[in-house]
Write a protein that binds this ligand. Structure first.
Ligand code: FES
Length: 229
């Protein structure tokens, strides 16, 4: 019986040891709970995720901001307007005619230098202009034509400001050749390109040209000056 009691004691001791271990493990949460500083980020507010206080950076009055906005908008508007004005001004200056072009826009002719019964050709805007100092006989001849019989009916009086002076573009109305003066069947101008005849008033009388020679804009200036253009 002695070994049995020894075994029983050993078993009892072992059981007691196991009970102590179980007690120790089961008491661990209580020990941790009383001394731990851990705090879950999901419970309550954490120091690391606190939003800083920016209240001192927020403008106290909204009128200050509005004033600044108005100032900026006004300044940018003024700068843009000045830039636009400068650009448009430069564009218009570039578009305007240069001095030499303006000089060509009008041509002044001294009529005193043209004897009666003579032709003079001047260049105006790149085209020839015929100026004829007509004689009394030529004026009479021009007026004696039956206007209704003309291809391009026009009285001589409608083509001149002063009957003595016939001023017209020296460009054939057919295809643009320059007619020859004091030639042709009507004592006026003749276009050799295709045979058009113009009379002493520059009206088409024969040939393929459909219209009379064109009269440019002109005026008589002071003295014996003729201004074309
Ligand atoms: S261009 Fe003068 S007649 Fe043809």
């Amino acid at each position: 019986m002695a070994p049995l009691s020894t075994m029983s004691r050993a078993l009892a001791r072992s059981a007691m040891k196991q009970a102590t271990t179980v007690r120790t493990i089961s008491s661990t949460p209580a020990v941790l709970g009383s001394s731990s500083t851990f705090s879950s980020p999901f419970k309550g507010e954490s120091k690391s995720t606190k939003v800083p206080d920016f209240s001192k950076y927020i403008a106290g009055k909204s009128s200050g901001n509005a004033l600044f906005s108005y100032f900026m908008v006004g300044t940018l508007g003024a700068i843009s307007a000045a830039g636009a004005k400068s650009t448009i001004q430069e564009f218009l200056v570039n578009m305007s005619a240069s001095a030499d072009v303006l000089a060509m826009a009008k041509v002044e002719v001294d009529l005193a230098a043209i004897p009666e019964g003579k032709n003079v050709i001047v260049k105006w805007r790149g085209k020839p202009v015929f100026i004829r100092h007509r004689t009394a006989a030529e004026i009479e001849e021009a007026n004696n034509v039956n206007v209704s019989s003309l291809r391009d009916p026009q009285a001589d009086g409608d083509r001149v400001k002063n009957p003595e002076w016939l001023v017209m573009l020296g460009v054939c109305t057919h295809l643009g050749c320059v007619p020859i003066g004091e030639a042709g069947e009507y004592g006026g101008w003749f276009c050799p390109c295709h045979g058009s005849h113009y009379d002493i008033s520059g009206r088409i009388r024969k040939g393929p040209a459909p219209l009379n020679l064109e009269i440019p804009t002109y005026d008589f200036g002071e003295g014996d000056k003729l201004v074309i253009g």
